[in-house]
Design a protein around this ligand. Structure first.
Ligand SMILES: *[C@@H]1O[C@H](CO)[C@@H](O)[C@H](O)[C@H]1NC(C)=O
Ligand SMILES: *[C@@H]1O[C@H](CO)[C@@H](O)[C@H](O)[C@H]1NC(C)=O
Ligand SMILES: *[C@@H]1O[C@H](CO)[C@@H](O)[C@H](O)[C@H]1NC(C)=O
Ligand SMILES: *[C@@H]1O[C@H](CO)[C@@H](O)[C@H](O)[C@H]1NC(C)=O
Length: 353
């Protein structure tokens, strides 16, 4: 009787204890045969349940990527809580992440408590960066940003000698598709041999510009051109983005209302929309007295400023039509402002009758 009970206890203990990442090989080199996938932890494959990680683990897993290849990585994560920083891996999100030469790093931590069961694993597919065409976009100092749609080509922004370029991301009309922005690679230079410095997903999450070390920055968007017909990123000279803590593009649907958040949580910010026709500011859901909102058409300058809203004078100025291809909404001060715009000009005008 007692013997069989202890056997059962032993079995339960073993199944609750998972793998220790400390005992795994935590520097993963690419295999000789790159057509084979690589798995972590070793021995696991996606046909098996996600393995349990023992509690109290803290490991840095470094995966080396060969030059000319990218790693298409699927994470299998099921934690009873969420944490993370640089690029957050969330539970049950098996949409792939993309990483470039020379490596990517995973910091795996589990709480030191037997109250939780944490499961984690990942699969790497090694893929050749295809030999593709190239587009070069010239960025001049003292000019507005130049925005780009995703395309089949490798896109290089090229700035003035001696300058540094900044790259900003556009949010998507449907944030549920944000994971697709991981499928992008940003390089600190003019080729995929330059340093890989991030993805559009990271730039969008950070809300701040990504600064290149020199006057060239390149973006590769894999096959995102098949999914999005809208600008996803823009570049500008670093000297021309001074003074903005948050700088973002925002995509809106052509129909209906679009809520554009002007984010002054960190101080002054700039929010850009791009469309062929005009855009109408219909209302603000909140207008705290802590900032002024300046509106510019095509570029930020004293002559292209078309409106200045503050908490006492904004209401009487609405609705307000903004023309130009690029519309710039500059927040000077602090606070969060939800601005509702529409591109359906005739309907917005009719509503005012
Ligand atoms: C990445 O891997 C996923 C899952 O296998 C696959 O569906 C997707 O097509 C791959 N994408 C690229 C660009 O390699
Ligand atoms: C993740 O998916 C598994 C299996 O479908 C499910 O049991 C688990 O509750 C999910 N976890 C979360 C946090 O949604
Ligand atoms: C985990 O918790 C146990 C028991 O509370 C403790 O003895 C051990 O030192 C802890 N380990 C770490 C890594 O904090
Ligand atoms: C708002 O701007 C108007 C000028 O258009 C100015 O008279 C007023 O004092 C400003 N209000 C605040 C709260 O800054």
């Amino acid at each position: 009787m007692i013997r069989s009970l202890s056997l059962i206890l032993g079995f339960i203990t073993m199944s609750v204890h998972g793998y220790q990442c400390q005992t795994q090989k935590n520097t993963i080199n690419p295999p000789d045969d790159l057509s084979q996938s690589t798995y972590y932890p070793a021995g696991w494959t996606e046909n098996q349940p996600i393995p349990t990680v023992e509690n109290g683990q803290n490991c840095v897993i470094t995966v080396k990527i060969p030059r000319g290849y990218y790693a298409n990585v699927t994470f299998y994560r099921d934690f009873p809580y969420s944490t993370g920083s640089y690029a957050l891996i969330v539970n049950n999100d098996t949409q792939p992440f993309f990483f470039m030469f020379p490596k990517f790093v995973v910091n795996l931590q589990t709480v030191n408590s037997t109250e939780y069961t944490t499961r984690f694993a990942f699969k790497i597919q090694w893929k050749i960066i295809p030999d593709i065409g190239r587009d070069t976009i010239i960025i001049e100092k003292k000019n507005p940003p130049v925005a780009s749609f995703p395309g089949a080509n490798f896109i290089t922004f090229s700035g003035n000698q001696g300058s540094q370029l900044a790259l900003m991301a556009f949010s998507l009309t449907d944030p549920a598709n944000n994971y697709l922005l991981r499928q992008t690679a940003i390089f600190d230079g003019d080729s995929s041999d330059s340093n890989f410095i991030g993805t559009l997903d990271q730039v969008l999450t950070s809300k701040t510009p990504l600064i290149a070390s020199r006057n060239k920055i390149s973006v590769y968007t894999f096959d995102l051109g098949n999914y999005f017909y809208c600008p996803l990123f823009m570049a500008q000279d670093k000297d021309d983005i001074k003074g903005y803590q948050v700088y973002l593009g925002r995509n809106c649907e052509d129909n209906g209302e679009c809520t554009v958040t002007l984010d002054g949580s960190l101080g002054n910010s700039l929010t850009v929309t791009e469309s062929d026709g005009p855009e109408i500011i219909k209302r603000f859901n909140f207008f705290p007295p802590t900032a002024t909102i300046n509106v510019y058409e095509n570029t930020v300058s004293s002559v292209t400023k078309v409106a200045e809203f503050n908490s006492t004078n904004f209401y009487e100025q609405l609705p307000f039509q903004v023309n130009g291809n690029m519309k710039f909404y500059e927040l000077v001060g602090t606070g969060m402002y939800d601005m509702v715009v529409t591109r359906e000009v005739s309907r917005a005008a009719r509503l005012q009758l």
